[in-house]
Design a protein around this ligand. Structure first.
Ligand SMILES: Nc1ncnc2c1ncn2[C@@H]1O[C@H](COP(=O)(O)OP(=O)(O)OP(=O)(O)O)[C@@H](O)[C@H]1O
Length: 599
């Protein structure tokens, strides 16, 4: 429950005094509701059902007042008071209901924003460790459950406030009977603790099942081509069949639990009312007027006990979601990159005058691994030149690029730009100076224009076509039905692999970055388009620092410097032609192997 209290504190912080005004509204509404019950007494007396004299003590003053007024006037006064109280109560209740939703919405917005902001501020290694479907599950389903828990908590508070006021009233009318009902409530409350514990266990199961469901569905839809081409449809359906059986069983167990607790409360309420009436008649010798009023109060109070119990069970089932979201926020905070300006818009990109240096850097993904992924790499990437990184598969090329881009931090050694270490104070400016084209290029499900504008919001039409021209994609974009405004589908699915790669390249160069990083960026291109891009990249030489990871080694012939990595170590560095000509070099060997593959 500690996690629920955490979110209640956040609700208080987000809503400020509005929360207290709302709680006060709840108290007023409950109070007016109670007063309306008290009006029953003079009303019943006037109608002649009971005599005012029977309620000696508590109501004698009402009797005194009414005795001096003609009966019709008295009836009109009481009915008028009743209407005024019910109007007042309805208005307050309406205001409270609207305000509660407004508060929940405000809190929902704040919670979504703060969670997403924390997530965006987390460093790249955090995302390497987490499954994206788990993050989506927390940000959608579990976050909605947290909002549900907060709204339930508010309802619970209202129920408790109402109950306390009614108990106060009942106590005033008959302390003995009230204590009896309270004691019964406490006994039932203690008994129902196991229901709450079980609801919490079922809530954890709900969280796990929804996590598995989302993870499985995301995986399968991402790999739908593999599912279909390998005819895995039946096995995938079997997976969902098993999972939905689990979900149904869990939901049934939860409903069984809730109905059992409600059943016990209802049955015990029948017994309690019978015992209550018997005791009040036999032991307390309660007057009929008092008995009527107390019965009216308890008839409204007992369902509140039941709803408090039901709210507690629901809250317990939502507690694991609160815990999960809280853990995510905490993990994000621990993995946060302290970038200079929140939002980062005011920071200008860094200029690179001399170059980038990796000074004896080492790195491993998992601190428990004995082997280092990168070992003691010492290298200089000169500014405005083209540096190519080559090496066998799994050698550590992409890892080195991530390190050079400041996405991961070295375990040992230092990354320096123009001799200055890259740290928290200049990381954002450094990142802003880099454009990156990944091995598996990503495009947003929007038009080509929107994808380009996302990177450079003020790009002119001319700049967009210039970038597309550079990336050898202007011809095919012109031929698309809506040209620049063609929507390219989820992750750019409506484009071929090569077209996607070229649009991503255009997007990377449109903001004229100081550093352009291409990780196997031309792997999906045919020879003709690769040649065009190669020529374009060659034209960029001298204008920006280019770092290329190349699988097809023929594409790095024009690099100013080639770095060869093997098993996380820098094994060769130099001019392409020199290294390629050396029969003992690893680069020479790799080129030879590729030539044989092609032959
Ligand atoms: N997120 C990760 N967690 C753990 N190990 C990783 C992770 N990413 C990569 N590795 C490991 O680090 C090593 C280097 O991987 P890297 O992707 O840098 O190689 P690469 O040279 O780019 O390979 P390729 O040419 O096949 O893309 C590999 O052994 C790989 O299994």
């Amino acid at each position: 429950m500690a996690s629920i209290f955490h979110y209640m504190k956040r609700l208080r912080a987000v809503s400020g005094t509005a929360l207290y005004v709302n709680l006060f509204g709840m108290v007023v509404s409950s109070f007016l509701d109670s007063v309306s019950i008290l009006l029953l007494i003079p009303l019943l007396s006037l109608i002649g059902i009971v005599s005012m004299d029977m309620g000696a003590g508590y109501f004698s003053w009402i009797s005194d007042v009414l005795d001096n007024i003609p009966p019709t006037t008295a009836l009109l006064i009481i009915l008028g008071a009743y209407i005024a109280i019910m109007f007042g109560q309805s208005l307050v209740q309406r205001h409270v209901a609207v305000q509660s939703v407004a508060l929940q919405q405000k809190f929902g917005k704040a919670l979504r924003l703060e969670t997403y902001q924390a997530l965006l501020a987390a460093s790249w290694p955090f995302f390497l460790k987490k499954r994206s479907s788990d993050l989506i599950n927390l940000l959608t389903i579990e976050l909605a459950r947290v909002l549900g828990a907060v709204s339930l908590f508010l309802q619970l508070t209202a129920s408790i406030v109402f109950t306390l006021i009614q108990i106060g009233l009942a106590f005033w009318l008959s302390p003995g009977l009230t204590l009896f009902v309270l004691a019964s409530g406490i006994v039932l409350g203690l008994f129902s603790r196991r229901f709450i514990k079980r609801a919490k266990r079922l809530g954890s199961q709900t969280s796990k099942l929804s996590q598995s469901y989302l993870a499985g569905i995301t995986d399968q839809l991402n790999g739908i081509k593999d599912v279909k081409s390998n005819t895995l449809e039946r096995s995938r359906l079997r997976w969902l069949d098993g999972l939905t059986d689990g979900m149904a069983a869990e939901q049934l167990a939860y409903i069984r639990l809730r109905s059992s607790s409600q059943l016990i409360y209802k049955m015990s309420s029948a017994v309690l009312i019978a015992v209550f009436l018997f005791i009040s008649y036999k032991l307390f010798h309660t007057q009929s007027l008092q008995l009527l009023t107390i019965t009216a109060i308890f008839a409204r109070l007992w369902p509140r006990f039941t709803s408090i119990q039901s709210n507690l069970e629901q809250l317990a089932s939502m507690a694991p979601a609160c815990k999960g979201l809280l853990r995510l926020q905490e993990d994000c905070r621990q993995a946060a990159e302290r970038l200079e300006a929140p939002g980062g818009d005011a920071v200008s990109p860094m200029r690179v005058e001399q170059g980038i240096d990796c000074v004896n850097v080492s790195f491993r993904y998992n601190k428990n691994d004995s082997a280092l992924t990168l070992q003691n790499i010492h290298l200089h990437i000169p500014a405005n030149r083209m540096t190519a990184i080559a090496g066998p598969s799994g050698a550590g090329k992409s890892t080195l690029i991530d390190l050079v881009m400041g996405m991961i931090r070295p375990e040992d050694g230092q990354l320096r730009i123009d001799g200055q270490p890259v740290g928290e104070e200049n990381l954002l400016a450094y990142r802003k100076s880099i454009s990156y084209v990944a091995q598996d290029p990503f495009l947003f499900n929007a038009s080509i224009r929107e994808n380009l504008l996302l990177i450079k919001p003020d790009a002119t039409e001319e700049e967009m076509w210039e970038a597309l021209e550079f990336a050898a994609s202007s011809d095919f974009v012109r031929k698309l039905p809506q040209g620049l405004d063609t929507v390219i589908g989820d992750r750019g699915i409506r484009l071929s692999g090569g077209e996607r790669q070229r649009i991503v390249l255009a997007r990377a160069v449109i903001r004229k970055p100081a550093i352009l990083v291409l990780d196997e960026a031309t792997s999906a291109l045919d020879t003709e388009n690769e040649k065009k891009i190669q020529e374009a990249i060659d034209r960029l030489k001298g204008k920006m620092t280019i770092i290329v990871v190349a699988h097809r080694l023929s594409t790095i012939r024009h690099a100013d410097q080639v770095i060869v990595i093997d098993q996380g170590k820098l094994v060769e560095r130099g001019d392409y032609r020199q290294l390629a000509a050396d029969p003992t070099s690893l680069l020479g060997h790799l080129i030879h192997s590729q030539a044989e593959e092609i032959a």
